[in-house]
Design a protein around this ligand. Structure first.
Ligand code: KU1
Ligand code: FE2
Length: 220
């Protein structure tokens, strides 16, 4: 609930319109200074603590299928899943509560537009991902190409002092749009996009030592 996340009630009314509008218009929405650095910092510290404790397992560095193997490394990420109820994840829990509130309010909003066709009642756990630098990337893909139920991808970035040399930009190729969106994985930046074929995307090679992101997938 919103109270859990310690955010002011106006926080959601301030953010909601742009989430609804941008998702309807572009299929992608970026919200900067999402929680404020005082709330973002402890989330970064919890993620770093997970990393230090060795809880990130290596992503699948070689794809199970042959054609991807021909393409070699398809995923350089290392991930760990958290529910937010773990003892050392109280701040990640607050982030999850805040995003849940926004998605629920947007889904039920009277001007929800395309969002109204979904009835979002479920979500994944939080996937904490680390791209360990040295060019780690994620090849162009669609999160939900074959209707597995995921309708919205929500990614929260916590990379302080990111610079272009750090790499790891998320490039989205919105369907039917010649414009490519390049999303820098900036600290306290929240990103929403449709999970289906409307948004093929890739993580460009990351050079910074640990590029962190927390992803939630919402189900129709
Ligand atoms: O971090 C980003 O900016 C975008 N990230 C992705 O698109 C992305 N998409 N699907 C995954 C599935 C399993 C593990 C990691 C991922 C993953 O980072
Ligand atoms: Fe993805």
């Amino acid at each position: 609930s919103l109270e859990e996340s310690g955010l002011s009630p106006t926080w959601i009314t301030d953010i909601l319109p742009s989430v609804i509008q941008d998702l309807n218009r572009y299929g992608v929405c970026v919200v900067d200074n999402f929680l404020g650095s005082d709330k973002a910092q402890p989330i970064l510290q919890e993620v770093e603590a997970l990393h230090v404790r060795g809880l990130f397992e290596d992503g699948q560095v070689v794809s199970p299928n042959v054609q991807d193997q021909a393409r070699g490394i398809i995923r350089g990420d290392k991930i760990t899943w958290v529910t937010g109820n773990e003892p050392q994840c109280a701040n990640i829990r607050r982030l999850v509560s805040a995003v849940d509130s926004i998605i629920a309010k947007a889904n039920h909003h009277q001007d929800a537009g395309q969002l109204a066709k979904y009835s979002i009642t479920w979500r994944s756990r939080a996937m904490v991902a680390c791209y360990p630098g040295q060019g780690a990337r994620y090849v162009k893909h669609v999160d939900n190409p074959d209707g597995d139920g995921r309708c919205i991808t929500a990614i929260y970035y916590i990379n302080k002092d990111w610079t272009p040399e750090g790499g790891g930009v998320l490039r989205i190729y919105p369907e039917g749009n010649s414009q490519v969106a390049e999303i820098e994985p900036l600290f306290d930046r929240m990103l929403f996009f449709w999970s289906d074929r409307r948004n093929p995307h890739e993580v460009l090679p990351a050079n910074v030592t640990s590029r962190y992101a927390i992803t939630l997938w919402y189900y129709d």
